[in-house]
Write a protein that binds this ligand. Structure first.
Ligand code: ATR
Length: 295
């Protein structure tokens, strides 16, 4: 039996939430409220649909109401940066924020997407990116967050392969000063020879996501090698064609659900100061995704 969350809200309850447009399909309220409930914390997490032009007013409202923080998602991640008082190092380098913390009236922007991925790599795949050679597939916002986090985690190489060449070039030149070697590649450049040197390949685009999930992956099976880890940030379906082909060849794989859970766990810790119940967050998420698939 689940308890009615409303019955636990009192005059001292802390409020956090997520701003997006659209926001109705966000899984974050479910994950965070389950975690707050499990930990017995007096916190609630609420979705707010905030239109792009209303963002400055929403930030003013957050300050006025002294909310403890918010997650922000599409289309606000870049736009919100200029409305905050301070950015963490990774948020500044990524140029995007997904978590705002209200530190006694000072709004601090963080980005837990890239670090969430790196945590998932370490915890779920047992893969330490320090000193390793990594190839990103895609050069959008998710690739940028992951690329910056991998560079800050000490990866030796973070190369970027993308359909649109100038975006690969742009991200690669952004990563170069961060301490990892980085070069741009075309997707057509990915042959068995050119991919042999990578320890991990990370797919960061939406290619292969439900409902268009029966598509050939951006990395062909011939360009996958036994020693590689193949990671996909897509989590619907849970086992993308990229992961299935990699598994068929006997490679280690990392599904996208881990990044989703760990970015939430990091936000939870930034707000509450407590470790997040990561395993429980993951099982709640799996159950919800199964329910949506059946529904
Ligand atoms: P996000 O912020 O979610 O990363 P984005 O900034 O729109 O989204 O970036 C999407 C990424 O997926 C890009 O790298 C994009 O490639 P292009 O720069 O060439 O557009 C990639 N992508 C999307 N659809 C693709 C497809 N059909 N084939 C190859 N790459 C694709």
């Amino acid at each position: 039996m689940t308890m009615d969350l409303r019955a636990t809200i009192t005059g001292t309850t802390h409020i956090v939430g997520v701003w997006g447009d659209p926001v109705a399909h966000s899984l974050s309220p479910l994950i965070h409220n389950a975690a707050f409930g499990k930990a017995g914390l007096h916190w609630v997490y609420v979705p707010f649909r905030v239109a792009p032009e209303a963002l400055p007013e929403a930030v003013a409202g957050l300050r006025a109401m002294q909310l403890h923080g918010v997650n922000v998602t599409v289309p606000h991640k870049v736009a919100i940066c200029s409305h905050l008082d301070e950015l963490s190092e990774s948020a500044r380098l990524i140029g995007a924020v997904n978590t705002v913390v209200n530190k006694n009236g000072r709004l601090v922007g963080h980005n837990t997407d890239g670090d969430g991925f790196v945590h998932s790599l370490r915890v779920d795949a047992g893969f330490d990116p320090r000193g390793r050679n990594i190839l990103l597939l895609g050069a959008g916002g998710a690739a940028r967050a992951i690329g910056v986090a991998l560079a800050l985690a000490g990866s030796a190489t973070v190369d970027v392969a993308n359909r649109t060449w100038h975006r690969a070039q742009h991200l690669s030149s952004h990563l170069q000063p961060l301490g990892s070697a980085s070069k741009p590649l075309r997707l057509d450049d990915l042959t068995p020879d050119t991919t042999y040197g990578y320890d991990a390949v990370v797919h960061t685009s939406s290619w292969g996501m439900t409902p268009d999930d029966d598509v050939p992956p951006l990395l062909a099976p011939e360009a996958m090698h036994k020693h590689m880890l193949i990671a996909d940030i897509v989590y619907t379906p849970r086992h993308t064609t990229l992961l299935r082909q990699a598994e068929k060849k006997g490679l280690a794989t990392l599904p996208g659900l881990g990044m989703l859970v760990h970015q939430a766990a990091l936000a939870y810790t930034l707000w509450t100061g407590h470790d997040a119940p990561v395993d429980m967050m993951l099982s709640v998420l799996k159950a919800e995704l199964d329910r949506r698939k059946e529904g």
